[in-house]
Ligand binder design. Structure first.
Ligand code: NAD
Length: 416
């Protein structure tokens, strides 16, 4: 039978497995399987040539029992409502596993930002905010960046929101530039949080991080920061990195400075001097200690899971591994740090950003990282201990921790 790659079907199947272990009440299970609320809208954008294009946008508020919905906005040509639903579900489990007082949400626009000028991108970003402004807010739903959205886009969206409401409310969106109330350390936060979980997993497995080999798929916000932190802070040897155009390899390790400079100049990592070009498929199957998928969903499937040779798969991307691939990796003894645990550093520092905005009192990066380390280390061990206690794999362990917390909030509110 062909593997089902619909991300929302995957998110629901993962929840079903956890619900069975937890013997979750059927009504609670049914409630947690679906988003509480979703918005579908059109965004007309005046293009530079005077024509108007109509883009399709979504915002899903999956569950807000533990606090306001929280989740990024993705601009992508292949965006679908089911991708947004899946990402919103994973955000719900992520904020719960990280134990921050937030729910889960996600947004998206079907568009190819590479085909848009800066002015068109600004008008699209402002149009997105106009469409959702009445449904979001500090106490309702707080967006953030995701694939193809960045601090400048957050700045335009914040500005549009504040024009509409007539007041300053920086905490309404996170991942902002520092000058507009962003948090120190938010840029690298997802990668930094993931590195803390890798450090903890390596300790458990007896892997010495200094000099351990690593391959990273994806060289955007998360992947490029992961490269720098892995090499410069944690002493790993990153032998391969890639983006959507392909990858590069050097057995002696790749310098983050060299790759970043080359990528800025050419828009790609391939053909970086002193490296050998490889495909994304080859990168995933390299004989390395640690593999970090940091691109998009469905990269490790039943088609390639048998060829994965890493000892640790640290899922900085959301949904990079399908359930069938999960089973194969677990049978092979690969230690998976599941996505909504591994990449919870971004939302954790987003939460810190909201706290700082509320107090108008800002922390330095070392304090942010110290608090992030504590949160991530606690979450990692909660998941690991749960998996050990219930004799399940780490992904199910993460679901057990998260679903218990969300279900308890739902129950206490008397919703189910
Ligand atoms: P980004 O847009 O900055 O970068 C994405 C990278 O992936 C780019 O280098 C792109 O070329 C590459 N890519 C896209 N398709 C690919 C493919 N088919 N094969 C190989 N590479 C491909 O996005 P990002 O913010 O770095 O997010 C990456 C992943 O991390 C996503 O799954 C996202 O949901 C997840 N994530 C991001 C954050 C955050 O704070 N930005 C937080 C949690 C999780």
């Amino acid at each position: 039978m062909k593997e089902n790659l619909n991300p929302f079907a995957i998110a629901q199947a993962q929840l079903d497995e956890a619900a069975a272990v937890l013997q979750l009440d059927p009504a609670m299970h049914a409630f947690l399987r679906e988003p509480m609320r979703e918005f579908h809208f059109t965004i007309p954008v005046r293009m530079d040539d005077g024509s108007t294009r109509v883009f399709k946008g979504f915002r899903v508020q999956y569950n807000d029992a533990r606090g306001p919905a929280k989740g990024g906005i993705r601009f992508h040509p292949d965006e679908t409502i089911d991708t947004v639903r899946a990402l919103a579900a994973w955000m719900t489990w992520k904020t719960a596993v990280a134990d921050v007082p937030l729910g889960g949400g996600k947004g998206g626009v079907i568009c190819n930002p590479r085909e848009l000028s800066q002015n068109e991108l600004e008008r699209l970003s402002r149009g997105y905010m106009r469409a959702i402004a009445r449904h979001i807010g500090l106490t309702k739903d707080v967006p953030a960046p995701d694939v193809n959205t960045h601090p400048q886009i957050m700045a335009w969206m914040l500005d549009e929101y504040e024009i509409l409401t007539g007041k300053h409310e920086p905490g309404v969106i996170t991942g902002k530039p520092l000058e507009l109330g962003g948090s120190a350390g938010r840029g690298p936060a997802t990668a930094m949080g993931g590195m803390f979980t890798i450090r903890e997993a390596a300790k458990l497995l007896g892997i010495q991080l200094e000099g351990a080999t690593c391959a990273i798929q994806g060289y955007g916000n998360v992947g490029s920061h992961a490269h720098r932190l892995a090499s410069d802070v944690f002493g790993l040897k990153v032998v391969a990195v890639s983006d959507e155009f392909g990858g590069i390899y050097n057995e002696h390790g790749l310098s983050p400075d060299d790759v970043t400079r080359h990528q800025r100049r050419t828009g790609k990592v391939i053909d970086c001097p002193g490296t050998e070009n490889i495909t994304n498929k080859e990168l995933l199957e390299l004989d390395v200690d640690i593999l970090i998928p940091a691109a998009i969903e469905n990269q490790i499937t039943s088609a390639n899971a048998n060829n994965i040779r890493a000892k640790i798969v640290a899922e900085l991307a959301n949904g990079p591994t399908t359930p069938e691939a999960d089973n194969i990796l677990n049978d092979k003894g690969v230690y998976i740090i599941p996505d909504f645990l591994c990449n919870a550093g971004g939302v954790t520092v987003s939460y810190f950003e909201m706290v700082q905005n509320a107090y108008q009192f800002y922390w330095d990066e070392s304090l942010v990282n110290e608090r992030l380390d504590k949160k991530m280390t606690t979450a990692f061990h909660a998941v690991h201990n749960m998996a050990q206690a219930k004799k399940v794999d780490t992904r199910v362990g993460a679901y057990l921790v998260a679903v218990n917390r969300v279900a308890e909030a739902v129950r206490l509110r008397g919703w189910v």
